[in-house]
Design a protein around this ligand. Structure first.
Ligand SMILES: [Fe+2]
Length: 250
């Protein structure tokens, strides 16, 4: 789990330690009472997003990213050889519906710089699997795409989605504008998942489009962070009117 490997492959899997196992267990316990409702077909899109947003807020109140980083100080310090980070101050709770349903609400393939400033190329994603995550429903990525160059390896067009700015769907990380990618060579996406592991991956690794091949909603947490020295500014999020990053010293 070295920074070298993270830079070479674009991602690393980190085995659940006792603290992470506990953390995931507590969050799953918090989700459980809602799981039936989440999986029912009765909720319309915006009501579904509202419910996920309410659970997301609950999780962030009790187990925010700051808590995770502090619990895993040693791990982050060891990997990054640094103790000063700028971390997204809240987790997005992803609740991706089975892909056979019309509106599976997965996020299209992207890099973090597609939504943020150029310094977002220094971002890493922390991805935590929750209830029933598996290779059949996890996030997808293009191998070594963190090294791809625009125009040479890929290009994109923009597309306005049905998500409204400031809506609950927006607050849980759905995009109101997405990019449609095309590649110059044939590339095949792979699943980014290993049982009982959290994933650290580069914000430059092209990822997204979680086709959920199971019959239940897939739930996971994710957030972005970078070394504090790379944070050029702290943008205000359109969805929640709050600053994106929180500075922490471990
Ligand atoms: Fe992302």
């Amino acid at each position: 789990m070295s920074l070298q490997k993270l830079k070479k492959d674009g991602f690393v899997y980190l085995n659940f330690n006792k603290d992470i196992k506990n953390y995931v267990h507590e969050i799953n316990k918090l989700i459980e009472p809602y799981f039936k409702k989440i999986n029912s077909d009765k909720l319309k899109k915006e009501n579904y997003s509202k419910l996920i947003f309410e659970i997301q807020s609950k999780i962030n109140k009790t187990f925010p990213p700051e808590f995770f980083f502090n619990k895993n100080k040693k791990l982050f310090k060891k990997i990054f050889k640094n103790n000063e980070f700028a971390i997204q101050h809240y987790f997005y709770l992803r609740a991706v519906k089975p892909s056979i349903k019309k509106d599976s609400n997965s996020v299209n393939f992207h890099r973090e710089t597609f939504q943020g400033s150029d310094f977002y190329k220094h971002c890493f994603n922390l991805w935590i699997p929750l209830i029933d995550c598996s290779k059949k429903n996890a996030v997808q990525y293009f191998p070594y795409s963190h090294k791809f160059k625009k125009y040479l390896d890929f290009d994109y067009t923009e597309n306005w989605t049905k998500v409204r700015k400031g809506s609950y769907s927006h607050k849980i990380g759905s995009l109101y504008k997405e990019k449609i990618l095309t590649f110059t060579k044939k590339v095949n996406p792979k699943r980014l998942y290993k049982k009982n592991h959290v994933i650290l991956f580069s914000g430059e690794l092209i990822h997204g489009n979680a086709t959920n091949m199971t019959n239940k909603v897939r739930m996971s947490l994710d957030m972005r962070f970078m070394l504090k020295k790379f944070m050029k500014k702290n943008p205000i999020q359109t969805a929640n009117k709050k600053k994106y990053f929180q500075e922490i010293a471990l």
